[in-house]
Ligand binder design. Structure first.
Ligand SMILES: *[C@@H]1O[C@H](CO)[C@@H](O)[C@H](O)[C@H]1NC(C)=O
Ligand SMILES: *[C@@H]1O[C@H](CO)[C@@H](O)[C@H](O)[C@H]1NC(C)=O
Ligand SMILES: *[C@@H]1O[C@H](CO)[C@@H](O)[C@H](O)[C@H]1NC(C)=O
Ligand SMILES: [Zn+2]
Length: 595
């Protein structure tokens, strides 16, 4: 999963200030916010009606003609049944037994370890494919897959999209069934060479220490890729032939924004299959972990938007012995302080994935404090209770930042010499946009905050090259505002669908089978990964996009990860479970006639 750090913008190359300042009008090439955001929400609402009516107080007239409201329990976080393959039950059991052997464990370790050993770093300044030689290590990875997964490479059709993107088609026997799409990426974030000595094992060693496979990409996302292709290899070895077509798309520059990989892959699939042509899409994202004493899996059904605000100030230069009252740097500072003093208002809104997840915690969290539990439950129809939930949870600024639109002043530049007035200064503010907001609303928020200051400081203020304000009196400088990146929040994946049920049931079946358990041992609730995935290019291919890799994320006290940092590792136990998950998902999806 890509996270954006202070020193990197994504994904539009060359959009850094100040080169690109005067470009672009309003972001009109984006699809209308209404089309993007409202449609999926409307669909989700329409579809959820049956659930919603369950939730809201059912009022019934008793025999004595008094109105009594019934308690609303157990439906605020509806749970699917455990779903094991039926038609292919024997095959599924046989695969499961095979996967429990030590021989298979050794194979799986080798699969991931070998994948980690091929360096496939993505840099921010990579040139076009075909020109920049630093892409070429991707070919070694292709070769590795061909050698390691021979059955996949003989039974599936493979196309290379934009040289390095891998598009496999596993043709099903019934062409009238919508195909399912399994995604992953095989590039990794670079290892910071200053941190090499802090790694327990060298980052490209793929070292197995008896429990963990170590190295960059072992978690993000080579484990997802190897589990996907490994599951298919295993199914082929057991002679499985799908009824439904499965398409597998592996990107090669997710960590740089996916423009060369996922975007091209998505275009190719859109050309071939058309809009809404996939039954569902699954890509990297949430896993399961222990929360409030209960194991809960959180497939991502939403993703925040993102936007960089580029703020550029020009003011007359001159000798610093006779300065004006404010230099360009001083004014820029005032603008940034204005932003930080007016953060976006944050509310937990009913109907969002975060709200629905809270309901799951309230419903199923064994150790959730009772005040919080009651407030969450009551908030379904009490604004006061919802306020109380916010009061409790927003004490944690990290949680608050997950919910709302955020702002982070990440880059600032200005000035060249201690005795010269700075002729220009500029800054980049990175916003992550709440699922209930939009690029436009975020842009407007910033502009509304800057306009009064432009007036106060006597600046000409232009927005996307259009002049918004010109001072009557002497002009003290120029303020230019543009945005880049401009990614709307993702459409919300409906959770009242057969696809979500299938995924939930598969998660439960996998969890049980891996531990030889029966019954309900894991809760599934809607999640939202903090970063953006390659799925941002796939919105038009399916309404049912899940960001989920069935990996064990540990517990809130003891998170397991290392993704994007030192000591990235993945346990062999998690790897085996993730392979089992994809085996089960493929078989279940193949059997379903509900989509
Ligand atoms: C964004 O706002 C501008 C200016 O108000 C408007 O012209 C444009 O249509 C809006 N775009 C979307 C996607 O709503
Ligand atoms: C193929 O799938 C469609 C849609 O579910 C179904 O109606 C049809 O009977 C299937 N065809 C065969 C040969 O199974
Ligand atoms: C990485 O793991 C090694 C061995 O467990 C440990 O000594 C080191 O401190 C870890 N590095 C970081 C940055 O956590
Ligand atoms: Zn990733």
């Amino acid at each position: 999963m890509a996270r954006i750090s202070a020193n990197r913008t994504f994904p539009e190359k060359g959009s850094l200030l100040p080169t690109n300042l005067s470009v672009s009008a309003w972001p009109s090439r984006r699809r209308s916010m209404a089309a993007r955001l409202l449609k999926p929400i409307a669909v989700a609402c329409a579809g959820s009606l049956s659930t919603i009516t369950l939730l809201f107080i059912t009022v019934k007239v008793d025999s004595d003609n008094t109105l009594k409201s019934q308690d609303l329990i157990s439906s605020l976080c509806p749970q699917a049944e455990v779903l094991v393959p039926h038609i292919n039950h024997e095959l599924w059991s046989a695969v499961g037994e095979g996967m429990s052997t030590n021989d298979f464990k050794i194979i799986a370790i080798d699969w991931l370890s070998g994948a980690v050993q091929i360096e496939t770093e993505t840099y921010d300044d990579l040139g076009p494919v075909g020109e920049d030689p630093r892409w070429e290590n991707r070919l070694l990875f292709h070769e590795y897959l061909e050698n390691t997964f021979p059955l996949v490479h003989s039974a599936l059709k493979l196309e290379r999209i934009n040289t390095y993107g891998l598009l496999y088609t596993w043709q099903g026997s019934n062409v009238s069934l919508k195909p399912s799409l399994l995604m992953a990426h095989f590039d990794v974030v670079p290892v910071n060479s200053d941190t090499l000595s802090e790694w327990a094992y060298p980052p490209y060693s793929g070292h197995f220490d008896g429990k963990l496979i170590w190295g960059r990409g072992s978690n993000d996302d080579k484990s997802g890729l190897i589990s996907t292709i490994g599951a298919i290899e295993v199914l082929l070895r057991h002679g499985f032939q799908p009824t439904r077509t499965f398409v597998i798309a592996f990107g090669f520059d997710e960590e740089g924004g996916g423009l060369h990989g996922a975007k091209e892959l998505a275009d190719a699939m859109l050309n071939r299959y058309g809009q809404n042509s996939f039954a569902f899409i699954i890509d990297e994202g949430g896993g399961f972990s222990e929360q409030f004493g209960t194991v809960i899996a959180t497939p991502g059904i939403a993703e925040k938007g993102s936007m960089n605000a580029n703020i550029y100030l020009a003011a007359p230069g001159g000798h610093s012995s006779t300065p004006p009252e404010h230099t360009s740097i001083g004014i820029l500072s005032a603008l940034l302080v204005q932003l930080e003093n007016h953060p976006f208002e944050v509310h937990i809104e009913r109907g969002t994935s975060s709200y629905e997840l809270l309901q799951c915690f309230a419903e199923h969290g064994a150790t959730i404090p009772s005040t919080l539990r009651d407030a969450i439950k009551d908030s379904a129809n009490s604004d006061d209770a919802l306020q109380q939930v916010e009061n409790i949870l927003f004490k944690d600024p990290w949680f608050k930042s997950l919910i709302g639109t955020t702002q982070a002043v990440d880059v600032i530049r200005g000035g060249v010499k201690s005795n010269a007035l700075p002729e220009q200064a500029w800054a980049i503010v990175n916003h992550r946009i709440a699922t209930t907001s939009s690029v436009n609303a975020t842009t407007k928020h910033d502009i509304d905050l800057f306009l009064p200051l432009a007036i106060e400081f006597g600046l000409e203020f232009s927005v996307f090259g259009e002049i918004l304000y010109v001072p009557d009196a002497e002009m003290k400088g120029n303020l230019k505002f543009t945005t880049s990146v401009g990614l709307e929040p993702a459409p919300i994946t409906p959770i009242n669908s057969a696809q979500y049920q299938l995924l939930s049931g598969t998660i439960k079946a996998t969890y049980n089978a891996h531990r030889a358990l029966q019954g309900n041992n894991i809760v599934v609730g809607p999640g939202m990964p903090t970063g953006n995935t390659d799925t941002k290019y796939y919105w038009s291919l399916s309404e049912h996009i899940f960001r989920y890799k069935h990996h064990n994320g540990g517990s809130s006290n003891n998170p397991l990860s290392g993704a994007h940092t030192v000591n990235e590792s993945f346990s062999v136990d998690s790897l085996l479970e993730t392979i089992r998950f994809f085996v089960t998902l493929i078989l279940n999806a193949d059997e379903s006639n509900e989509f």
